[in-house]
Design a protein around this ligand. Structure first.
Ligand code: NAD
Length: 360
């Protein structure tokens, strides 16, 4: 047993089919009396439903969440909430919506209740992000952590299969990097391994019948576990690369994670034997990197960075940015390693072309 330091984040989590109906109780539990419902323009109907569930405590729907949380959007949302006189915010949607809620909390101290409808996991983390003048700043602040999280698998049945799969593998990425994080610990490792195995098991069910609530419940449960690991540990090479790829080429967030993850696993796991062993035990696969890659491809994830719009000439720029940025990783990463890894992910090369778990 290795020594560890574990600091628990405060978590109030309600998980059930139709848990969304309990929002009035959750609002009271966080001390709110009137909540604005934040969502995206695409999910306004769900926002209206949630506002109706809140009854007299519903402060109306604010359907202006967009990707990357523009700082202007956060300022406008705070002004709207002040005009309405609300004392709480309910965020219903994916990571972009939760992100706007966090940006509101960052400068207002209003309690946030998150109702996640994807598997991104942002609701479990104190990590915020804000984009201004094309630059995305991120940070950690306990004030942005939602005070309550309501997981309701019935709200996820409409998530398109392609988005469900990439979002699910995005969640797997959090848990994999949590397993070899410098601040990992035994309880987080259990959550991470269970999260990876459950997500990889449930995604084929979700893809074959997106309305099946058993599969949806499993996937959302896994997303909770993976998100909790993300919130409590320091991410490594994979998250660094995806952050750079998304920011530099405006690549889609979850697809980028889904393409890059198996390549980083194949590179990192030989240097992280405890993480590798935990993943082998939990998934039953001798090669978790290949399992992730095969699951992704079988479920229709694009096979390469080229397929999701990365320009080939961009590899050098990503290498430069990644080499300049400090991040923790179980294996030292040279510019040459980065180039080989990115060229493989760009082309969708077979995993043994860059590394195998058997040959550190
Ligand atoms: P998203 O929130 O951008 O949602 C994508 C689209 O799917 C939106 O149009 C949304 O309205 C729609 N959608 C969401 N749920 C749906 C449902 N159930 N049915 C139908 N449509 C639905 O995507 P995401 O992948 O959830 O979040 C990505 C963002 O979250 C990124 O910007 C990422 O940086 C951020 N993120 C942050 C953290 C953190 O800890 N701060 C963690 C993970 C992700």
């Amino acid at each position: 047993m290795r020594p560890f330091l574990y600091e628990a984040l405060p978590m109030r989590v309600r998980f059930a089919e139709h848990a969304v109906e309990s929002l009035p109780e959750e609002l009271a539990a966080v001390g709110g009396t009137k909540a604005v419902v934040v969502t995206t323009p695409e999910q306004v109907a769900l926002g209206e439903r949630v506002n109706a569930i809140l009854g007299a405590a519903g402060g109306g729907v604010y359907p202006r969440a967009v990707m990357h949380v523009p700082a202007d959007a956060a300022r406008a949302a705070r002004a709207h909430i002040a005009d309405v006189g609300a004392d709480a915010v309910v965020c219903v949607g994916g990571g972009s919506t939760t992100g706007l809620g966090k940006a509101i909390a960052l400068e207002s101290d209003l309690p946030i209740i998150a109702v996640p409808t994807t598997y991104a996991g942002s609701e479990m983390t104190p990590i915020w992000g804000l984009t201004e003048n094309s630059v995305k700043r991120t940070g950690r602040d306990p004030r942005v952590l939602p005070r309550a999280v309501v997981y309701d698998p019935t709200l996820t049945v409409g998530l398109p299969v392609a988005v469900s799969v990439t979002s699910g593998i995005n969640a797997v990425a959090h848990a994999v990097e949590g397993l070899y994080a410098p601040d990992t610990s035994p309880m987080l490792s259990l959550m991470a391994a269970e999260g990876v195995a459950t997500m990889l098991r449930s995604l084929p069910s979700v893809a074959s019948d997106p309305t099946d609530l058993d599969g949806r419940s499993e996937a959302l449960y896994a997303a909770w576990l993976c998100g909790a690991v993300l919130g409590a540990t320091t991410m490594g090479l994979h998250h660094k690369l995806c952050h750079i790829l998304g920011g530099t080429f405006d690549l889609p967030h979850a697809e980028t994670h889904a393409v890059v993850l198996p390549y980083v696993m194949a590179f990192n796991l030989p240097a992280a034997p405890d993480a590798q062993a935990a993943l082998v035990r939990a998934t039953g696969s001798p090669s978790p990197a290949r399992l992730v890659r095969e699951t992704a491809l079988q479920l229709g994830v694009p096979d390469s960075l080229a397929a999701i719009g990365m320009p080939e000439h961009g590899i050098g720029e990503v290498v430069r940015q990644a080499a300049d940025a400090p991040y923790s990783n179980p294996r030292p990463v040279s510019k040459r390693d980065l180039t080989i890894l990115l060229e493989a992910a760009y082309a969708g090369a077979a995993l043994p072309d860059i590394a195998t778990e058997e040959t550190p």
